[in-house]
Design a protein around this ligand. Structure first.
Ligand code: TRP
Ligand code: ZN
Length: 889
C-alpha cells in the first residue's frame, strides 16, 4: 500500500444511492472447505441519470455467475476490481442474480461469514456483508431479506437467520435446509446467519399489547447451564423499554447466539443478536460480579438497538453515534434503574474520564460525528459510544424526562423504517420541545474535551457569591479553533450544613438548592445573592457535562463536599480529588529526604469512610456500600496518567503504591474488621446489595495485602482455597499474584498452577487467568507473557485471548508496558505486525497505547515512535492499521 495509500471518505461527499434493492433473496450452500452464495436482488434505479452504472461492493469473493433479468452477463460486460463489481447499461428495474464462492474456513478477520470452532456465523457491521456477496453495502439501502441455508444436517442441525422461519426440509446427501424471512426492511449490516450444533434455553415474553414472543438463547451444549442470567436480563430489558420508551418488540421471535471468536462485544442483527460468549454466559462459579453486570447491560444494549438502530437506522457511518450514543444512553439508564443510579454514574464517568478523555487528547481524536475516516472499523470508539451517550444525556437534562420522551416518540414515529442522521434526531428533540439546539450541535462536530475554568469570590458584606466561568477547548487534529459549547452546568453552593438556597442576583422567586446554568459563551459571570456564609461550589453535579473542570479546591473545600454535599457523584469525586492531590504531592517529594508523607485530610477522609462502612454493615448507618467501596479505592494509575500533561511512569506507580500502603498500615484493623464482617456472606446473589458487599470486602482485602503483612497473604490464600464464586476467587488470586511481598512470592506460582488445573476447561475463566498475569505490575511480567503466548490454552486467532494477554499488558499494566528499555513497545509492535493481515480490526485496536507517545518523556517517545515506524514499514498494511499508524506519527 506504499504507493497507493488508502483514501479517506468524507461526510460532505455523501450522495444518496443510485439504486435501491427492494428485495434480497440469499441462498447459502455451506460446505467444509467453501460456501456458495446465490443472491437474487430486485433492483430499481433511483436517479434520473439513466447512464449511471450499477456499482456493487464486494471483497474477497469469487464471482461464479451473474445475470440481469435471467440473461447471463459475460466477463467482458462487467468490470471487477478488488472492491467492486460494476455493470453498465442496466434497466430501470431488474432482477440481478449473482453467485459467489467464499471461504469461511479461511476467514480470520471475523468479518463476513466465518467459522468459530465448529459453528458458521456472520458479522456484517460495518462493512462485512460485502465479503458475503456483491451488494450495495451501505446502511441507507434497506431491503426485505429472505434467506435459505443448506448444510449438513448432523454437523449443523441448527440453521438460523433474521426474522421468522417460513419453511424447512431435507435434501440429498444428509443435508437439510431452512428458510427465514424478515418482514422488516433492513440494511445489509443487520443481516445474520448461524449454522451449528447448538442447544437453546427457551422462554417467552408477553408484550404490553399482549403478543407472546419466543425468546431463545443458543449456545454449545457445554454452556447450556450458563444462559439464565442473560435470559433474565433480556426480559428485564424488554419490560424497561416498554415502560420508559413505550417501545414494544416487533417480531414473534428474538434469538441470541453465543460465539467464542468475536471482534467486539455483541451485535444487534435483526431478531438474531450474535454475542461474544464472554458477554452472555454466566454462572456464579465462573463469572465475576462485574461480568454479571456487564452482561445485563450488553444484552439490554443490543435489545434496545431494535428501535434505536434497526427500526430507525443510520444514513451513513458518519452517523454511527445516532444509534450507538443513544443506545448507550438507554442501556446506562436501564442499568441505573436496575441497580444504584449513583454507582452507575460513577462507573460511567470514571471510565469516560480515564479512557475517552485520553482518546480525545490523542492523535485519533475525532468528533462524535466524524467528518472523515479511512476505515470505519476504527471509529467504534469511546468517543462515538460513551461521549455520544453523554451528549444525549445533556439533551435529556436540558429537556427533562417528559419532553425528552416526547422527542424520542416523535423521532421513532417520524423516522420508522428510515435511515437518518444525527441532525434528524436532534431536530425531533427540538421540535417536540420548542428548544433551540443549533449551538448544541457543536458537541457533535468538534472533537476534544472542553476545559471549564471557574473562579469564585465571596463578598461577605454584600452577601454575594460570584462565579466566573470560562470555557475553552484544546486543538485536535480536525481543528485548532473551537466554538463555545452549549452546556448544562448543574450547581449547588455547599454551606456548613449542606447546599444553601440559590438566588441569582436580580431574579425573582425563591430558589432551589440546585440550579442548572446553561453555559453558551467563552466567559460568563453569575452572582448569587443572599449568601450568608462563604460556600464551596459543587460544580457540574452528577457530571452534567463531559468536561474537565478546573477549580482550585483546597483540601478543606473537598472535605466540605465529602461531608455535606447531597450529590453522591460529587462526594465521590471530591474524595478522588483529595487522593489525587495526596498522590501528586507524594510524587513531587519522591526521592527527597525526609521521605514523603500522606496528608492528614486524606487519612481523615479514609477513616470516616471506614467507620461508615463498619456502621452500615452493623446496621447503625445506611450508606451505599458500593459507593463506600469506590470512595475507599484510590484513583487508578491510568486515570492518574490521563490527568498529567506529561506522564512520569515510575513516580506515578510508586507514589500510588506508597499512599496505598500508608493507608493500609494506618487502618489495618479497620480493613480487617470490614473484611471479617463480610467474609461470612453465604448465599450467592447478583443483586446490587450482594455485589456491593463482595466489592467492599475485596477492596478491604486489597488494602490488607498492600500492607505487606504475611497474615494478609494468608487470609487471601484462604479466600482463594475456599471461594465458592469467581468474584472472590479471582480477587484473591489477583491480590496474591500482584503483590510484591515475600510471602506472596512463595505461593504465587502454585496458586496460578492450581487455578489453571481447576479451570482448564472453561475458556472464559482462562481469559481472566491470562489477564491477571498480563496486568501483574511486578518485574518479569513481559517474560511471563511471552511464555504464555506459547501456552496450549492461548490462541492468537481468538480476540478474547488477545485482549486478555496483549491488551491487558499494554493497556492495564503501565509500569511494565512502559518499561524504560522499550521492550513492551517492541513486543506490542511484533504482535500488531503478526495480526495486521489475520485480523486488521483487532490489530488496529491493540495499537492504541502506542499512539499516545506525546505524553511521555523523550526516551519513551523515541522508543514508541520506533515501534510505530516498524509497523509503518510493513508492506501491505491493512487499511485499519495504516490509518491509526499514519495518523499517530
Ligand atoms: N453494533 C455493535 C454494538 O452494539 C458493535 C459491533 C459488534 C461491531 N461487532 C462489530 C462493530 C464488529 C464493528 C465491527 O455496539
Ligand atoms: Zn451498539
Amino acid at each position: 500500500m506504499k504507493d497507493a495509500q488508502p483514501a479517506a471518505i468524507h461526510l460532505k461527499d455523501y450522495k444518496a444511492p443510485d439504486f435501491s434493492i427492494t428485495r434480497t433473496r440469499l441462498e447459502f450452500e455451506l460446505f467444509e472447505t467453501y460456501a456458495d452464495v446465490r443472491a437474487t436482488l430486485t433492483i430499481q434505479r433511483q436517479t434520473s441519470d439513466k447512464e449511471a452504472a450499477l456499482v456493487l461492493d464486494g471483497q474477497e469473493l469469487e464471482l461464479l455467475f451473474v445475470s440481469v433479468d435471467d440473461a447471463e452477463i459475460q466477463a467482458t460486460n462487467y468490470q471487477l476490481t478488488d472492491a467492486t463489481l460494476a455493470i453498465s447499461n442496466v434497466p430501470d428495474r431488474f432482477k440481478l442474480v449473482c453467485v459467489t464462492r467464499i471461504k469461511p474456513q479461511e476467514n480470520t478477520s471475523l468479518e463476513g461469514l466465518y467459522k468459530s470452532h465448529k459453528m458458521f456465523c456472520t458479522q456484517c457491521e460495518a462493512e462485512g456483508f460485502r465479503k458475503i456477496t456483491y451488494y450495495l453495502d451501505r446502511p441507507d439501502v434497506l431491503s426485505e431479506f429472505t434467506t435459505r441455508i443448506t448444510a449438513d444436517k448432523s454437523k449443523y442441525p441448527v440453521l438460523l437467520s433474521n426474522g421468522n422461519k417460513i419453511a424447512e426440509g431435507n435434501s440429498e446427501e444428509g443435508r437439510h435446509w431452512v428458510e427465514w424471512q424478515d418482514p422488516f426492511k433492513k440494511p445489509s449490516y443487520l443481516f445474520a446467519l448461524v449454522a451449528g450444533d447448538l442447544v437453546s434455553l427457551d422462554d417467552t415474553f408477553t408484550t404490553m399489547s399482549g403478543r407472546e414472543i419466543s425468546l431463545r438463547i443458543f449456545v454449545e451444549e457445554k454452556d447450556h447451564n450458563k444462559c439464565d442470567h442473560a435470559m433474565i436480563s433480556l426480559k428485564k430489558a424488554m419490560t424497561w423499554d416498554e415502560q420508559v420508551y413505550g417501545r414494544e418488540y416487533d417480531l414473534d421471535i428474538f434469538m441470541i447466539v453465543a460465539v467464542d471468536d468475536f471482534n467486539m462485544g455483541a451485535m444487534e442483527n435483526k431478531g438474531l443478536n450474535i454475542f461474544n460468549s464472554s458477554c452472555v454466559l454466566a454462572s456464579k462459579e465462573t463469572t465475576t460480579d462485574d461480568s454479571f453486570q456487564s452482561i445485563e447491560a450488553i444484552v439490554a444494549h443490543e435489545y434496545f438497538h431494535n428501535w434505536s438502530g434497526n427500526r430507525v437506522t443510520c444514513r451513513d457511518w458518519f452517523q454511527l453515534s445516532l444509534k450507538e450514543g443513544f443506545t448507550v444512553f438507554r442501556d446506562s439508564e436501564f442499568s441505573s434503574d436496575m441497580g444504584s443510579r449513583t454507582v452507575k454514574r460513577v462507573e460511567d464517568v470514571n471510565m469516560l474520564r480515564t479512557h475517552q478523555f485520553a482518546e480525545d487528547a490523542g492523535p485519533m481524536a475525532h468528533p462524535v460525528q466524524p467528518a472523515s475516516f479511512i476505515e470505519i472499523s476504527n471509529f467504534y470508539t469511546l468517543t462515538v459510544y460513551e461521549k455520544g451517550a453523554e451528549v444525549v444525556r445533556m439533551i435529556h437534562s436540558l429537556l427533562g424526562a417528559e419532553a425528552f420522551r416526547k422527542g424520542s416518540d416523535l423521532y421513532f414515529e417520524r423516522h420508522d423504517g428510515a435511515a437518518v442522521t444525527i441532525d434528524d434526531f436532534v431536530r425531533a428533540m427540538a421540535d417536540a420541545s420548542g428548544r433551540d439546539f443549533s449551538q448544541f450541535m457543536n458537541w457533535y462536530r468538534q472533537a476534544g474535551t472542553p476545559r471549564v475554568s471557574i473562579s469564585a469570590s465571596y463578598r461577605e458584606k454584600e452577601n454575594e457569591f460570584e462565579l466566573t466561568v470560562k470555557q475553552s477547548c484544546p486543538a485536535t487534529p480536525e481543528s485548532n479553533v473551537k466554538k463555545p459549547f452549549h452546556m448544562p452546568m448543574a450547581l449547588a453552593l455547599v454551606g456548613e450544613r449542606g447546599p444553601i438556597e440559590l438566588q441569582l442576583k436580580g431574579q425573582l422567586g425563591k430558589g432551589n438548592n440546585e440550579c442548572v446554568l446553561e453555559l453558551t459563551e467563552n466567559e460568563q459571570t453569575y452572582i448569587f445573592s443572599g449568601v450568608k456564609e462563604r460556600p464551596v461550589p459543587s460544580l457540574f453535579r452528577n457530571f452534567s457535562a463531559p468536561v474537565k473542570i478546573n477549580y482550585n479546591y483546597s483540601l478543606e473545600d473537598l472535605q466540605r463536599i465529602i461531608a455535606k454535599d447531597t450529590d453522591g457523584f460529587c462526594r465521590w469525586d471530591a474524595s478522588q480529588q483529595m487522593a489525587v492531590k495526596s498522590i501528586f504531592s507524594v510524587m513531587d517529594a519522591l526521592g527527597n529526604e525526609p521521605s514523603p508523607t500522606v496528608n492528614s485530610q486524606l487519612l481523615d477522609a479514609q477513616s470516616d469512610i471506614l467507620q461508615q462502612a463498619i456502621d452500615t454493615i452493623d446496621g447503625k448507618d445506611t450508606q451505599d456500600l458500593q459507593m463506600l467501596a469506590y470512595t475507599m479505592a484510590l484513583p487508578s494509575e491510568e486515570y492518574l496518567s490521563e490527568i498529567q500533561s506529561s506522564i512520569d511512569v515510575e513516580k506515578t506507580h510508586h507514589a500510588r503504591i506508597r499512599v496505598k500502603r500508608k493507608l493500609a498500615i494506618q487502618f489495618y484493623d479497620r480493613y480487617l474488621a470490614i473484611y471479617e464482617r463480610l467474609a461470612c456472606d453465604e448465599i450467592f446473589s447478583t443483586d446490587a446489595q450482594s455485589i456491593a458487599r463482595r466489592s467492599l470486602k475485596n477492596t478491604a482485602l486489597s488494602y490488607l495485602v498492600a500492607s505487606g503483612k504475611a497474615d494478609a497473604v494468608e487470609l487471601c490464600n484462604r479466600q482463594l482455597q475456599n471461594a465458592t464464586n469467581m468474584t472472590d476467587e479471582l480477587a484473591a488470586l489477583t491480590n496474591i499474584v500482584h503483590s510484591s511481598s515475600k510471602s506472596a512470592e512463595l505461593i504465587k506460582s502454585d496458586c496460578l498452577q492450581s487455578f489453571y488445573k481447576k479451570w482448564q476447561h472453561e475458556t472464559l475463566v482462562l481469559n481472566r487467568w491470562f489477564a491477571l498475569q498480563a496486568t501483574n505490575p511486578n518485574p518479569g511480567t513481559l517474560e511471563q507473557i511471552q511464555a504464555l503466548m506459547g501456552h496450549a490454552a492461548f490462541d492468537i486467532n481468538n480476540p478474547n485471548k488477545l485482549r486478555a494477554l496483549v491488551g491487558g499488558f499494554s493497556n492495564r499494566n503501565p509500569s511494565c508496558f512502559h518499561d524504560r528499555s522499550g521492550s513492551g513497545y517492541a513486543f506490542l509492535s511484533d504482535r500488531i505486525i503478526e495480526l495486521n493481515q489475520k485480523n486488521p480490526q483487532i490489530a488496529a485496536r491493540l495499537l492504541t497505547p502506542l499512539t499516545r507517545w506525546k505524553k511521555y518523556d523523550e526516551q519513551r517517545q523515541e522508543n514508541m515512535k520506533k515501534a510505530l515506524g516498524r509497523i509503518q514499514a510493513v508492506p501491505a498494511l491493512s487499511k485499519d492499521v495504516y490509518e491509526v499508524v499514519s495518523k499517530s506519527l
